[in-house]
Design a protein around this ligand. Sequence first.
Ligand code: HEC
Length: 294
Amino acid sequence: MKINKIYFSMISLLFFLFGSSNLFAESNSGGRQIEAIIELMVALTILVVAVVLWLALVYSEKNDLEGSTLLQPLKNMIHNLTKSTPVSEESKILLDHDYDGIRELDNKIPPWFSFIFAGTILFAIAYMINYHVIGSGNVQEEEYAAEVREAALQKKMLSASGALIDEETVTFVDDPASLSEGKNIFTKNCAACHGKKGEGLVGPNLTDDYWIHGNRINDLFKTVKYGVVAKGMPTWGKQLSPTQIQEVTSYILTLHGTNPPNAKAPQGKLYEYKKPGAKTEKAGSEQEEVKKNI
Ligand code: HEC
């Protein structure tokens, strides 16, 4: 009885360790490192407990050959799991027939085996009901669809935050809010060199058909983001967000042909003017491209 209590308290200790480590992990969501350290400590504790247990068993076997004290509960447990017949009683279960000197024992099916066998059947029933009858579990296809939905949502969030806009993907925006924000950015950061109305001062005129680096929104975005430092055009990629650069370059494109007073003489090459398309739904056009590629 006493010995049983010792085993019981050891097992409870293990459960307690596992339980407390989980509690700690939850209150520290985000602290992945702490979680890992605790798991390591728990594993080490289990190892130490196992070694101590093993030493106790070896010691007791040496000093008590029958193992009637410390080993008895373990022996009982193993016997209950296997229901094996001791070698001394094997003659009782020996079958009559004889295959060229090979004889057979009529052993009972060990309970551990029956448990697992019955367990797999129960699991299969529960699985079938869960996934195919009630349908509360996600089958592979649904899991895939859920992941795709999640990725689409993430993409939507990213593009809403402007993180997906770069010189390749940028599109002209023409909603009044974006354009007035673009105007603010221009007045604050650009007018000093390009003139209040984009007529050009130190920097070139941004209202005519002559451009040094191209007249598509992608070209403007690239020039603004990276700058042309050697020629006196600063790099704006660090100060302005992609969305802000999109807004200010869109605003610049709306200045086309405004003929402001004191316009600076043309610089660069003559570019054919194309009215910038108001393509704000980028996701749609991208999807069509993907379809075409398939
Ligand atoms: C310190 C002065 C200065 C400031 C401030 C400045 N620019 Fe410029 N910018 C220039 C110069 C100089 C050039 C010409 C670069 C070259 O010759 O390659 C230029 C070129 C450009 C071009 C390309 C023009 C072309 O013909 O291809 C764009 C677009 C432009 N700037 C936009 C902006 C925007 C938007 C801002 C504000 C966010 C800004 N610039 C602020 C000096 C400036």
